[in-house]
Design a protein around this ligand. Structure first.
Ligand code: DOR
Length: 460
């Protein structure tokens, strides 16, 4: 049995001073010793142990574009950020939209991953047939399906993170934005994760428009209307309240916050995510940072940002994930740069900054770092330091020069750190996965491989 003799944050966000014990890769938490309030985390507290971050939204670009990141390098960036579990998005090349593509991607991850991982399956809008073919026979002959249900795709839905739906084309993934298709997806998957920008509301000509004008707020609002219609269709037309958990990805606007509040009040199972770039930048920063901050959906204004912070504090938003979307430096410097911001290697530091400065409580920080993601994505026993949980741990060390900026070696192949202007009070010193040291700030070593989080339920 290994002991960690450092203060640690319990599941309720309070500090415990008893030893954390690890047996067979899992935590042993016994007794009810005195707990300290986080306000008692003082300048004298040099290190604290927190749960490994679950980053449920990453683009590691393999297969097809490993030059932008790759699984092995993406995992190193994750470890540097205190992230011990990631969920990879399907807009790789080829896209992960079929059972065969999923199996091939799983093979790639199996040999390379150094953090726990799960995969999204993508919904390929271009393969959804019109409703003319009632029997489905002609569609099947043409490789089309009416609705990409788990049965139609031949996929065990309990072995993937969720069905990912882009309502605007993203790389290799074509858009889906018909409310009826969305309703049927909600009725056939346990979880769908939605990128809510309706591309039918994008302007037809791009000349002279900024990125924000090319992807207007109106497209987000239209997407929310369609999602609401889909929820209602599922309930009224098909006679069932969807059991499906609808995960609204990367909230960037006040409208989405209000919509999520309303939908939760109406009893729908909604989980809301935002990302650090919407919290730490506004559109006023775009002129200075240029393409480095170009992202979809775009970063909006200060009122939206204030609303996002409020929604984090009051529990409307459930997760902060990186949407780590690296692109090569030459691509970002080109006349037509791709969208996406790398961020995974700052995740725990960004969250600890928010908690340390009092913008959110440490209790909320823990909910946002992994407790909620573990519940939402059905991976019990991760994301919090409780008896029997996996010993996925991060040691945070107080930054001795907290009043200075924190330059550091950049791991991501994107080659830049969007958060280089911030002063971070805590640094990631050491990361353990299943009780074993997986990464140390000042030591490079051969890292062990880590397994798929849904591995107990192999699908193909
Ligand atoms: O900016 C973005 N980049 N938004 C997305 O939804 C996809 C991502 C990417 O894959 O580059």
């Amino acid at each position: 049995m290994e002991m960690i003799n450092l203060p640690w944050l319990d599941a309720g966000g309070r500090l415990r001073l008893d030893r954390l014990q690890i047996r067979n890769g899992h935590l042993v938490v016994a007794g009810q010793p005195r707990r300290l309030e986080p306000s008692e985390i003082t300048a004298a507290t040099e290190q604290i142990v927190v749960p490994g971050y679950i980053d449920a939204h990453v683009h590691f670009r393999q297969p097809g574009q490993a030059y932008k990141e790759g699984i092995a390098n993406g995992c190193l960036a994750a470890l540097a950020g205190g992230v011990t579990t990631v969920f990879d998005m399907p807009n790789t090349n080829p896209p992960t939209c079929t059972a065969a593509a999923l199996a091939a991607k799983r093979r790639l991850w199996n040999g390379r991953a150094k953090v726990g991982w799960g995969l999204f399956i993508g919904c390929d809008g271009s393969k959804i047939a019109s409703r003319v073919d009632k029997t489905g026979a002609a569609n099947a002959r043409n490789g089309l399906y009416k609705i990409p249900t788990p049965e139609n795709l031949g996929i065990d839905s309990s072995a993937v993170a969720a069905m990912k739906v882009f309502m605007a084309r993203s790389g290799s993934c074509a858009a889906v934005n018909d409310p009826e298709v969305l309703a049927q997806l909600m009725l056939s998957w346990p979880r769908i994760a939605v990128h809510a920008e309706d591309e039918s509301k994008f302007p037809r000509t791009a000349t002279g428009l900024t990125h924000e004008q090319l992807r207007p707020r109106a497209s987000v609002i239209a997407a929310l209307h369609k999602l609401e219609k889909a929820l209602e269709l599922a309930e009224k037309h098909y006679g069932r309240m969807p059991e499906c958990r609808l995960i609204l990805l990367h909230l960037s606007t006040s409208e989405e916050v209000q919509w999520v509040r309303r939908m939760k009040e109406r009893g729908y199972k909604i989980t809301a995510e935002t990302c650090p770039h919407y919290l730490y930048f506004t559109n006023a920063d775009l002129a200075e940072c240029g393409a480095q901050l170009q992202v979809n959906p775009p970063i909006r204004d200060a009122d939206d940002q204030a609303m996002l912070w409020q929604a984090l504090a009051d529990g409307t938003i459930d997760m902060i994930n990186s949407d780590h979307a690296p692109h090569a430096q030459a691509e970002k410097a080109s006349a037509n740069p791709p969208s996406g911001i790398p961020g995974i290697e700052r995740m725990w530091q960004l969250l600890a900054l928010a908690a340390d400065s009092g913008r959110i409580s440490w209790q909320r920080a823990l909910a946002l770092a992994g407790q909620n993601a573990a519940k939402c994505y059905g991976i019990a026993g991760r994301g919090e330091l409780v008896d029997g949980a996996r010993a996925d741990l991060v040691v945070l060390r107080r930054n001795k020069a907290a009043d200075s900026y924190s330059p550091r070696k950049i791991v991501t192949r994107a080659g830049y750190d969007a958060y280089r202007h911030l002063k971070f009070p805590w640094e990631v010193e050491r990361v353990l996965i299943a009780g074993k040291t997986a990464w140390e700030q000042h030591n490079s070593r051969a890292l062990p491989l880590a397994e798929e989080v849904y591995a107990a339920k192999p699908i193909c």
